[in-house]
Design a protein around this ligand. Structure first.
Ligand code: RUG
Length: 790
């Protein structure tokens, strides 16, 4: 059988999968036909990869994550299979624009921010490297909410990514597991049996994830909740139609929505149910696959590596022990050892409010067998380490961080600084007991999506200069360094950035009616809105700058566009106030005739993966201004540096490593170190002292307090001003003066085209280490003991 050409494949799908001829096909038909044409080729790679994994009996990696911030997949497939040009041609032949067709795909936002996007980058890198792996997650019907602004305020609406057709998943009705909750536990002759009071069914949906050049494809398996008996016929026959449909509605609730929060724990029963639902389904699937191939469960750690993405799937430890002891007859100690051999855990935050702890009442009611197992794990661990004091069962709660640490053979941080802080703060005692357990794996991003695909102009220049090997060997970007001294090359680099800025400006104008001058410095802060990320530091500096410009309108100012993007958790009112303040400041400042052409603010609504792909290539400056010690790593910082945007930032998370690699001269450093932050907090009245010492800061706070941005409602931002003038836990005021200084340094360098271009190009050339391929190789070597099959 000969493989049809890509063109034939698209046209066949249009005809036979969608029943349309080219004359009557609509945009969505073309997108779907194109997607299926791509998917056919991905499936071929997928089958080959699966076959090879079975044949070699290789160790498999399982990534358990409550979040996958996937974004669109069509371009990913086209780029990785090198079908972009052909796709463009076929679409053009029938009068369709490539970008328009691609933009028709719904954005799969099954994640909140960095943690979920990292999982998506990892899936792509695992396939690029050829490491046999499955990602397990939940197929939320509604991903992260859609954000819009009304009078500057964030409005949330449900995201309906499944409302439109998409081509990527295969439903697997034959892969279903019953997952129980509640009920009671019987003990007979020392044997435990859990009788759940309620059960739902988990059904698998598979999405193949393809790597570079289609050499390998792994599976992302997402679980959807279903009722075991979907319909109550008796209730229906009695005319109670609502009760009749209730079982299905209840079961589906479990996979209905993603919790819209990335740092605070949701103390909700449903969230705990979701976590167990994901983990229990994944473990059943892993054990079924293992048992199809091998017979001795003691070999599990040799063949299976299970990575817990944060503590969300931490119940995997107790659940695996429960299966081994209660269902397979292992003794407890051996079961615990097997589980530890398989499990490893990534910590993504040290913020106390984000470290999961469940009330023991809720936990015991929902998972009555597991709470007993956790006590036994705790006692076993304590018995082996009599001097230890950190327990996973304190204050009438179950501490998932401690549990994850104890049940994992390796625990990793996501940047060097974060890993060090793990050792000295939250896990200090456990680290003392297990000094080899904590390892560092600094995050990374996939260069296929975050350079090759989102920035074709820069990717083209790079390939023209050093060949295409950088795409899966990103450290080759260092070969660009000699070109940076070539004036012609640097001009070309500059022209690419300018084109990207023009493109974004036009898009902003067409989509939102916003004005953006491509000659201005595009100063970009894109990330979740959180006090520790300090978008309010940025807006304070903007307001202070505006004041200074008004006082000196004829000075030689560097024109700036302050670009923001990001969502606040719906219940996080402080963060929502920050959004509103930025929007309010934008309406005042953007309409001030005195500062026209010098300063503008634009907050682009509904920040998501696709918007990031548009904004990052056009950024001049990357804002990474978190309070030192609070941002575990960051990955947006890597994407922006890679795309030639120097950072203005603190010594926090992976900023530290970015600065080390791009060079201190190519990074605008400001602010206190993590240690200085701790010391400063002990200074009484630190915020007041900082304000008294800086008239600009005082002026900006006064303007906000006096209602300059909220006419007629002077107390609109009282929450923000009182916080900043009072506790100011995140030390916005104490870092303001140095931030201002660093921003003025930016102004000076930006006015010198050559100096700026050099700095930007060096950021690209020296960011090769931040590839998620490097990160995944690190996990394979130091944590999973897994090998590539390519
Ligand atoms: O806040 C962190 C980021 O610093 C980090 O880069 C990212 C990936 O490691 O994870 C983010 N994160 C942390 N998302 N959720 C949490 C809390 O569970």
């Amino acid at each position: 059988m000969t493989t049809p050409s890509f063109r034939e494949s698209i046209l066949r799908h249009l005809t036979y999968s969608f029943g349309k001829d080219p004359d009557h096909a609509i945009l969505e038909d073309w997108r779907m036909a194109l997607s299926l044409g791509v998917r056919d080729r991905i499936v071929d790679a997928w089958f080959k990869s699966t076959k090879r994994t079975y044949e070699t009996g290789a160790k498999r990696v399982y990534y358990l994550s409550m979040e996958y911030l996937i974004g669109r997949l069509l371009e990913d497939g086209l780029v990785n299979l090198e079908l972009v040009d052909e796709a463009r041609e076929v679409l053009a032949e029938f009068g369709y624009d490539y970008d328009t067709v691609l933009a028709d795909e719904p954005d799969a936002a099954l994640g909140n921010g960095g943690l979920g996007r990292l999982a998506a980058c990892f899936m792509e890198s695992l396939s690029t490297i050829g490491c046999p792996a499955h990602g397990y997650g939940i197929r939320y019907e509604h991903g992260l909410f859609r954000q819009s602004f009304v009078d500057g305020r964030q409005i949330e609406q449900p995201e309906l990514w499944l409302g439109q057709r998409h081509a990527w998943e295969f439903e697997r009705p034959e892969v279903r597991y019953r997952i129980g909750f509640g009920g009671h536990v019987d003990v007979r002759d020392g044997h435990y049996r859990w009788h759940p009071g309620e059960e739902v069914e988990a059904e698998a949906f598979d999405t193949p994830t393809v790597g570079w050049k289609g050499r390998w494809a792994n599976t992302l398996r997402l679980w959807s909740g279903r009722a075991i008996h979907p319909f109550d016929l008796e209730a229906f026959n009695h005319g109670d139609f609502t009760r009749a449909a209730a079982p299905e509605a209840l079961a589906r609730t479990i996979s209905r929505v993603l919790y819209p929060d990335d740092t605070t724990e949701q103390g909700r029963e449903l969230r705990l149910k979701q976590e167990y639902f994901l983990t229990a389904s994944a473990l059943r699937d892993i054990l079924r696959r293992f048992s199809n191939q091998f017979d001795d469960l003691r070999k599990l750690p040799e063949k299976v590596a299970i990575q817990l993405n944060d503590t969300h799937p931490a119940i995997a430890g107790p659940e695996l022990i429960r299966i081994l002891v209660d269902e397979k007859g292992f003794d407890f100690d051996e079961a615990m050892e097997i589980a530890q051999g398989c499990l490893s855990y990534t910590n993504h935050t040290l913020l106390p409010e984000a470290l999961e702890a469940w009330g023991e009442q809720l936990f015991g009611r929902l998972l009555p067998r597991h709470i007993g197992i956790i006590d036994r794990i705790d006692a076993t661990h304590a018995g082996r380490n009599p001097s230890r004091t950190q327990s996973m069962r304190a204050d009438q709660s179950v501490k998932m961080g401690q549990l994850s640490f104890v049940m994992a053979h390796k625990v990793n941080g996501v940047s060097a600084l974060h890993t060090d802080l793990m050792k000295t703060t939250v896990f200090s005692e456990l680290h003392g007991l297990h000094p080899d357990r904590i390892v560092n794996q600094t995050n990374g991003v996939t260069p296929r999506r975050w350079l090759l695909s989102c920035n074709p102009g820069l990717a083209g220049l790079i390939t023209e200069s050093i060949g295409e090997d950088w795409v899966d060997d990103l450290e080759q970007l260092s070969k660009l360094e000699p070109f940076i001294d070539d004036a012609g090359w640097l001009e070309h680099f500059d022209a690419v950035k300018r084109d990207n800025k023009v493109w974004l400006s036009n898009w902003m104008r067409d989509t939102y009616g916003m004005h953006a001058d491509p000659d201005a410095l595009f100063d970009v802060q894109i990330k979740r809105i959180h006090e520790y990320k300090r978008q309010h530091l940025n807006i304070l500096e903007t307001i202070a700058l505006w004041q200074e410009m008004r006082e000196n309108p004829n000075a030689d100012w560097t024109p700036r566009l302050k670009l923001f993007g990001g969502k606040a958790a719906p219940g996080y009112f402080f963060a929502k106030d920050i959004i509103r303040l930025i929007n309010d400041a934008a309406s005042v400042i953007n309409n001030d005739p005195l500062t026209q052409g010098m300063l503008r603010i634009a907050f682009l609504p509904n920040y998501n993966v696709s918007l990031a792909e548009r904004m990052i290539p056009a950024a001049d400056l990357s804002e990474q201004v978190s309070t030192a010690g609070k941002e575990a790593s960051g990955t947006g910082n890597m994407k922006l540096a890679l795309n030639g945007a120097p950072t203005i930032g603190t010594l926090d998370g992976a900023n530290v490593e970015i600065r080390e690699r791009v060079g201190a001269d190519n990074f605008f450093l400001f602010g206190m170190t993590a240690q200085e932050v701790e010391d400063r907090r002990r200074v009484e009245g630190h915020a007041g002292l900082a304000i008294a010492a800086d008239d600009r800061l005082k002026g900006a706070l006064d303007l906000i307090r006096d209602g300059r941005f909220s006419p007629g409602e002077t107390d609109r931002y009282r929450g923000i001003t009182e916080n900043l003038e009072g506790p100011d836990y995140f030390l916005v005021c104490s870092d303001f003066t140095d931030y201002w200084r660093a921003q003025r340094e930016v102004d000076v360098v930006f006015r010198d085209d050559k100096a700026w271009d050099r700095m930007a190009a060096l950021n690209t050339a020296r960011s090769g280490w931040f590839s998620s391929d490097r990160t995944i190789r690190g996990y394979m070597a130091d944590i999973w003991n897994a090998e590539s099959l390519l």
